[in-house]
Design a protein around this ligand. Structure first.
Ligand SMILES: [Zn+2]
Length: 113
């Protein structure tokens, strides 16, 4: 279990436009994952299949959503959105994927941040 490294914090702050990153812990646990699933966040703990910058930043957005949604309220709303809109149109996922795509664009095009 580790804290975010410098690049994860940097890309989170630049990608979201926020002035700080959420406190969280990251655990690599490849055995937890199957299919195309690469990350999962439980409150302040992020589980990832591998150490991928864009995935960690995506999950950090969920930590901030959890903090802003006052814990249980976030999970209730997340499940409600999931049932109503499905996974990819869930507003919480859309927000996280927007930031993840911002990170990917910079990594793949080797744009310095
Ligand atoms: Zn997500």
């Amino acid at each position: 279990m580790r804290s975010p490294i410098y690049n994860e914090a940097l890309y989170y702050v630049l990608g979201t436009g926020e002035d700080h990153f959420p406190r969280c812990w990251i655990q690599k646990a490849p055995w937890m994952f199957f299919g195309r699933w690469t990350g999962f966040t439980f409150a302040w703990i992020i589980f990832v299949k591998e150490d991928r910058l864009d995935v960690v930043v995506h999950e950090m957005v969920h930590v901030r959503q959890f903090n802003k949604g006052y814990g249980i309220g976030f999970w209730v709303k997340y499940l409600y959105y999931l049932a109503r809109y499905g996974y990819s149109k869930n507003p919480y996922e859309r927000e996280a994927y927007l930031v993840q795509e911002w990170v990917q664009e910079r990594l793949f095009n080797q744009i310095k941040v």
